[in-house]
Design a protein around this ligand. Structure first.
Ligand SMILES: NC(=O)c1ccc[n+]([C@@H]2O[C@H](COP(=O)([O-])OP(=O)(O)OC[C@H]3O[C@@H](n4cnc5c(N)ncnc54)[C@H](OP(=O)(O)O)[C@@H]3O)[C@@H](O)[C@H]2O)c1
Length: 322
């Protein structure tokens, strides 16, 4: 099978190479799928670049230990492990593969795999796992969102943000979206009632908001605190610099104890029930999957280069060359 392999850290266009690679064999609790579509996330970008030094502790200090990256992946089951009961050969499925995903065939654990409804394409399904579930967890679990609240999404036009705007509306909140001027129309079309163009206005001077979901992490905790209502919550999902993250973690813990405001970080864990919920919302046309660009499998390094610009509107999807 063809797979994209990286043996050293660096820019994806320089270090990602397409190679022939042995087809994996599913373990007892896994299904093997022939992939039809993949989606990319900033987490894979950080792994290839090793731009966050801490990632080297798990990925390999000098060079990557595992040469094939993970990915969100949608395809057809071609083999099932001995213990698998919920799926059979021919099923259309989606899930997140943490290692070995950027290949024509990949394994998914049974309990981390969801069936794709007939109305949803492989490309739409592949865009769902990490981005939509991160948005869902940030709002529902970490943000404890309630109907009638005012919610601000910083980074509303990206992979997570386009799901977060819609899910916040689905939960009955009123939504203020922060993005650049060119993406205002997009986030309004997804349901945002207010849009703040960060090139012209400072969202931390607005509000107060009951819930602030920060996908960018480019503001200090003092600034974020000022935009929250007295019992507001701020969920930091992404961060732009280590100083802001450290400030958020340490000062956030203190402020959460000493004020009515809560500051929480998160590390999204994808549960199949949540992926199935999002698939149902998409099937029922309550949620749109926003896809910016679709690349062929051979173009994965170019797709990563675009992801690295941090200008993506919604998701980048990879398809089997037509
Ligand atoms: N904690 C977790 O569990 C978890 C899980 C998944 C991802 N993450 C992190 O979450 C972050 C967001 O992920 P993503 O997939 O949504 O990223 P993404 O799709 O790459 O985000 C791109 C978007 O960011 C917007 N953006 C860039 N600079 C901005 C700024 N200064 N203010 C507001 N918006 C800005 C861009 O809009 P404009 O072009 O309009 O500027 C673009 O639409 C990443 O850092 C990722 O690593 C965390």
């Amino acid at each position: 099978m063809k797979a994209f392999v990286y043996r050293k850290y660096g820019h994806p266009k320089e270090v990602l190479k397409m190679e022939e690679w042995p087809k994996p064999t599913p373990k007892g609790n896994e299904v093997l799928i022939k992939a039809n579509a993949w989606s990319l996330n900033p987490s894979e970008w950080h792994r290839i670049k090793a731009s966050i030094w801490m990632l080297r502790l798990s990925n390999g200090l000098r060079a990557p230990k595992d040469p094939i990256l993970g990915a969100d992946i949608a395809g057809v089951v071609v083999e099932v492990g001995r213990e698998v009961r919920s799926f059979q050969v021919g099923d259309r499925v989606v899930g997140r593969n943490y290692l070995g995903g950027l290949a024509e065939y990949a394994c998914l654990e049974e309990d981390k795999t969801a069936r794709i409804p007939a109305e949803i394409s492989f490309e739409q399904a592949a865009a769902i796992p990490l981005a939509s579930i991160t948005a869902l967890i940030a709002l529902r679990d970490k943000g404890v969102i309630r109907a009638g609240q005012s919610v601000l999404i910083n980074g509303a036009s990206g992979g997570i943000g386009t799901f977060a705007v819609q899910l916040a509306r689905y939960f009955g909140a009123s939504v203020t979206a922060v993005c650049s001027g060119k993406n205002g129309q997009l986030v309004r079309s997804l349901g945002a009632q207010e849009v703040i163009n960060y090139q012209e206005e400072d969202f931390t001077q607005k509000g107060p908001f009951d819930l602030l979901v920060d996908l960018i992490g480019n503001r200090s905790i003092q600034e974020l605190q000022g935009a929250l209502s007295p019992n507001g919550r701020c969920v930091m999902v992404g961060y732009s610099n280590f100083k802001n993250l450290l400030g958020f973690v340490f000062k956030g813990a203190w402020l959460s104890k000493t004020t009515g405001k809560q500051f929480v970080t998160m590390d999204a864990q994808i549960q199949t029930a949540d992926v199935e919920l999002v698939l149902r919302l998409v099937q029922d046309k309550k949620l749109q999957v926003v896809i910016d660009r679709v690349y062929d499998f051979e173009e994965i390094p170019e797709a990563f280069a675009y992801l690295g610009t941090r200008r993506v509107k919604g998701k980048i999807v990879i398809q089997i060359a037509s």
